[in-house]
Design a protein around this ligand. Structure first.
Ligand SMILES: Nc1ncnc2c1ncn2[C@@H]1O[C@H](COP(=O)(O)OP(=O)(O)OP(=O)(O)O)[C@@H](O)[C@H]1O
Length: 457
């Protein structure tokens, strides 16, 4: 494909996207009837929907060879923008010009036919992106090698875990000879090793290609992108160097969390509880006001994470909660008190359940973990089939090095020495440390007291 290098790879002019929101399915049916009636009879046109603008009046260019990060909180319009750029969604207003072949990796679930095998999807997907059959034949082995999903390539895609799905989707996008790559949150799913492989590929791609990269992972955005755009409420709130925009975004996320906590406390009018075991690192106040603050982003529980066991009980959710208010956390600051809650469902009667977890770093090294055994060793709990039970571990989050972490959660039956695994879940919850004040050791422990004394003789 010959490209006119004088023009930007992507030009976006006043793009807007509105959705109609219906209060009930009946309203959705009433609308066309009412419109028809108002054409033939003297009845007034009536709207049964509310209009919601997911994007408003966006205009910007992306130069050839540029790499742009799009960041913003949930619902700010990132995916909508990427879908419009990829042509899978039509804008309500404005226009867009694309110069070059786009390879896209959008949200999980889009792009693949779940009933088709991985191989069939490779051929279907690559041909939609403009490759001829012979070209796909040539690339097929390379796609297979990159995806590294073994014989699953012959299984229907609906049997894939989200990690396998992303592997295949990324492998295809990486081998369609794209001029522009559009990647939406793909690296947040699956294992850190594959994420590293993708990062290496993207850096190589950037020697000549144009990249649009949506991620909550600000470290990856800074690493890959020259420029970033911060979206808020469907509008551009700020744009500039990737580092400046990511810093601004993290500040906003942190400030929003502080506000939520403040308003929750005031609504419930609770006195600030004094925890008798409260121990605070004396440097915390200073560190938390500086770029050394240990910002930890928590992703969602992955119900399809790789797991094994007898399944008389299964893990249905794993989440971090704020210690006092017990509100779920998507952001933790190292050094603060949190609770990790593991929620399980019994499918058969269980005597003496043990629920536990490990925190592992991206190399799979276990950093710490614990379980409920010792606490209940003298009063074993019994649980009946159909009952839900949950374990909660409250602790002060250590200061983590920058990088990816995962929680392995498990429920077993028996004793510490002799037990049967009912459900063991690798990578049930992924979290990521973006910045840190810890430079030594695998984890930093909040220090109760640090002092210097001088003895003059
Ligand atoms: N089909 C739809 N009908 C109605 N509203 C929609 C539809 N698709 C998206 N929206 C709304 O548009 C807004 C933008 O959604 P979008 O998925 O683009 O946000 P996002 O920034 O990608 O969020 P996330 O980080 O959670 O993926 C959201 O408020 C969402 O609820």
């Amino acid at each position: 494909m010959s490209l006119d290098t004088d023009f930007p790879a992507i030009s976006i002019h006043n793009i807007g996207k509105s959705y109609h929101l219906w209060d009930s399915p009946q309203d959705r049916l009433k609308q066309p009837l009412r419109t028809m009636l108002s054409r033939w009879l003297p009845v007034r046109e009536k709207r049964y929907f509310r209009e919601f603008w997911a994007l408003r009046d966006l205009s910007f260019d992306i130069g050839r060879g540029e790499s742009i990060g799009i960041i913003g909180k949930n619902g700010s319009g990132k995916s909508t923008l990427l879908q419009i750029i990829c042509g899978t969604l039509a804008p309500t207003t404005g226009s867009i010009e694309i110069r070059g072949r786009i390879g896209a990796l959008l949200e999980l679930g889009s792009g693949f036919n779940p009933e088709f095998s991985g191989k069939e999807n490779v051929y279907m997907n690559a041909s939609v992106l403009g490759l001829k059959k012979e070209e796909i034949d040539e690339q097929y082995e390379a796609i297979l090698e990159f995806a590294d999903i073994g014989d699953f390539i012959h299984q229907p895609v609906k049997t894939y875990s989200s990690g396998m799905y992303v592997r295949l989707a990324f492998a295809i996008a990486a081998h369609v000879n794209a001029d522009i790559l559009v990647i939406d949150e793909a690296l947040a799913v699956g294992d850190a090793f594959f994420a590293q492989k993708c990062m290496r590929y993207l850096r190589k791609f950037l020697e000549k290609g144009t990249l649009l990269f949506v991620s909550h992972d600000t470290a990856a955005v800074i690493n890959l992108c020259d420029r970033a755009i911060l979206l808020d409420g469907g509008m551009i709130q700020a744009q500039g160097s990737a580092r400046d925009i990511c810093d601004l975004y993290l500040e906003k996320v942190f400030a929003a969390r502080q506000d939520v906590n403040r308003s929750k406390n005031s609504i419930r009018e609770l006195p600030v509880p004094i925890d008798p075991e409260e121990m605070v690192d004396q440097r915390l106040k200073y560190i938390n006001a500086s770029p050394l603050r240990n910002d930890i982003e928590v992703f969602h529980f992955d119900p399809d994470a790789h797991s094994f066991g007898n399944f008389s009980a299964s893990i249905i959710d794993v989440k971090f909660l704020e210690r006092m208010s017990k509100t779920p956390l998507s952001w933790i600051v190292g050094g603060e008190s949190v609770c990790l809650r593991i929620i399980c469902m019994a499918h058969a009667d269980i005597m003496s359940p043990i629920v536990g977890f490990y925190v592992r770093d991206r190399l799979g090294q276990t950093l710490f973990g614990d379980n409920t055994y010792v606490t209940y060793r003298n009063n074993p709990v019994s649980i009946q089939a159909g009952e839900r039970f949950e374990a909660e571990f409250c602790f002060r989050m250590p200061i983590l090095l920058v990088g990816d972490y995962s929680i392995t959660a498990a429920v077993a039956e028996g004793s510490q020495e002799q037990h049967v695994h009912q459900h063991w879940m690798h990578d049930a919850l992924i979290f990521k440390s973006h910045s840190t004040s810890n430079w030594s050791g695998l984890i930093g422990i909040p220090m109760e007291k640090i002092s210097l004394r001088v003895h003059s003789e």
